[in-house]
Design a protein around this ligand. Sequence first.
Ligand SMILES: [Fe+2]
Length: 199
Amino acid sequence: MDYNSILGDRIFYSTLWSFRPTCAISEVKKNLEKVKKAHPKGNKISNYGGWQSPCMSFADIEQYPAFKSLCDELTEFIEVMSENDGSPVVVNNIDFWANENKKHDYNKTHSHATADYIAVYYPKYPEGSGSLDILRTDAGRLLTQNWGHPYNSEISLEAEEGRMYVLSGHLMHFVHPHTSDEVRQSLAFNIHVKLPPQI
Ligand SMILES: [Fe+2]
């Protein structure tokens, strides 16, 4: 073996990163209650049952300081992680919305269209919360010999209340039916990035 001849790369790379924002969960819950009060009917998109807020923009959330804080930390996190990963980007825009699932509510399989990264944060995640499953979206999904392998076809996220999860935007996903009598609350983010300015 000629070790000097070895080359390696990751192609068609997908990310699953996470961190704990410093913003207090109680403040996020207050903002969520405020937006729920302002939009009691909500939207119907991927959710079956449950409540989903209208989409909010990072540029227009002064009345929701905890949401703004989450977006600020998310921006910093993605810029640091992408630089560490060797592909630095600058966050250009973040759109986000809030969700609340009651018992038996779920979210159908979907993707977030053109978002470069997607993120999810759980202000409330009781035991029995419907888990988020992330699907491999290339032909690897057709293979049967990769069970238990790191390149498996489906990952069930072991989510933690108060943690922010960041995924590559191309990943399809769905949410299992919620089984708890307590509601499950989440915030979902679409993150659009651009290349950093050339110096
Ligand atoms: Fe989603």
